[in-house]
Design a protein around this ligand. Structure first.
Ligand SMILES: *[C@@H]1O[C@H](CO)[C@@H](O)[C@H](O)[C@H]1NC(C)=O
Ligand SMILES: *[C@@H]1O[C@H](CO)[C@@H](O)[C@H](O)[C@H]1NC(C)=O
Ligand SMILES: *[C@@H]1O[C@H](CO)[C@@H](O)[C@H](O)[C@H]1NC(C)=O
Ligand SMILES: *[C@@H]1O[C@H](CO)[C@@H](O)[C@H](O)[C@H]1NC(C)=O
Length: 325
């Protein structure tokens, strides 16, 4: 008698659970159907997916980042960032990354090409982030590549990075320091000025916002990835996803489409054209590691020529140092 009613109750709760699951599934389905609006214009398909890929865009017809990159993957990539010895414990999280990315997904960030290319771009972008914010070293637990997002700002700045040459366009605010902050650290008043202009936030007066707000820090980094340093140049995004055709000069100077040239665009002679240096190899190692962790596999990265910038002529030779911490 006792046993029977227990069994009956179990049966009932299993049934209730099943009904809930089915209903939940159906609702989820409708939700994702409702989410994508589609229209055609001159034979081209444009979509709007609500908050993550908003506004009519060809890119929004493809998978969005949350379709192939979830919280657990973010945790895998940056597994040591909240360990007690890290320097930005509790600061960086998945949600702020996705919120920041949603601003750029309609422009092709993580939404260009097929799923493999989309995941590769994500790995490439995050490898810059991981490498530039790492406090991993040779014998670190979990390996040196597990320590991305350990910092959110430069630890012991030796100067305030105020360049007076830009006093008319990007004047330094009294008392403000423009040391390295962020996910791809920003240095110097003119860089804070340019990012602030783009994101419509007064970073010249308040550079500290970058180390107080992870969404803003990620937005600034993705903006840097998506935007050419000079109008005549491609963005890191462009050279990575294949939007860019090298000129004769580029070819002569060994700049080819692919990962290697993203380093040239972002850091110039800080990393590239210096031979086989650690500062470059560290970024490449992060990229290959992330490709593996995301299940894409490092073999997708292609031959060494695409990965390196050791023999490339730097695009912006006069660029200021851009490495963190
Ligand atoms: C996806 O795109 C990549 C790079 O553009 C290409 O190499 C690969 O063959 C494509 N994969 C599929 C399944 O179409
Ligand atoms: C969307 O995805 C398809 C197939 O995966 C790809 O061929 C196409 O280039 C992508 N669209 C854009 C705008 O990148
Ligand atoms: C952080 O920055 C984002 C993006 O600029 C903004 O929407 C948000 O309100 C900020 N959060 C706080 C607490 O200021
Ligand atoms: C090609 O490089 C040469 C020498 O560096 C430079 O003078 C010339 O302006 C460049 N041409 C283009 C189209 O960038």
């Amino acid at each position: 008698m006792e046993k029977k009613s227990v069994a009956a109750m179990t049966l009932v709760s299993v049934l209730v659970l099943l009904v809930l699951l089915v209903l939940g599934g159906v609702e989820g389905q409708q939700e994702s159907d409702r989410k994508t609006l589609v229209k055609y214009k001159l034979g081209k398909k444009y979509c709007d997916k609500g908050w993550e890929c908003k506004g009519w865009s060809v890119y929004c017809c493809n998978l969005t980042i949350t379709d192939y990159f979830q919280t657990y993957q973010f945790e895998n990539l940056f597994s040591k960032r909240n360990s007690p010895v890290a320097h930005a414990v509790g600061f960086w999280d998945y949600r702020s990354f996705i919120t920041a990315a949603s601003l750029f997904e309609p422009l092709g960030f993580g939404t260009t090409g097929n799923k493999t290319l989309q995941m590769m771009e994500l790995a490439a972008f995050l490898s810059h982030v991981g490498s530039k914010t790492s406090c991993g070293y040779g014998v670190a637990t979990g390996g040196p590549l597990a320590w991305g997002l350990c910092y959110n700002h430069e630890m012991s700045p030796m100067q305030s990075y105020c360049d007076d040459y830009f006093k008319l366009t990007y004047p330094c605010a009294p008392g403000a320091d423009y040391y390295g902050r962020g996910a791809i650290p920003i240095f110097w008043n003119y860089n804070y000025g340019a990012v602030g202009e783009a994101l419509k936030i007064d970073l010249l007066s308040h550079p500290e916002y970058i180390e107080q707000n992870a969404t803003l820090a990620f937005q600034a980094a993705i903006w840097r990835w998506m935007t050419p340093i000079k109008k005549s140049q491609p963005s890191a995004h462009d050279v990575f996803v294949g939007n860019w055709k090298p000129t004769k000069n580029d070819t002569m100077e060994n700049r080819v489409p692919g990962f290697g040239t993203t380093m040239n665009i972002l850091y110039g002679d800080g990393v590239c054209g210096q031979g086989d240096v650690d500062s470059m190899n560290n970024i490449i190692s992060h990229y290959l590691y992330y490709l593996d962790l995301l299940g894409v596999g490092r073999e997708q990265a292609g031959p060494h020529d695409f990965l390196t910038c050791a023999e490339q002529v730097p695009l912006n030779p006069s660029s200021k140092p851009a490495s963190s911490s």
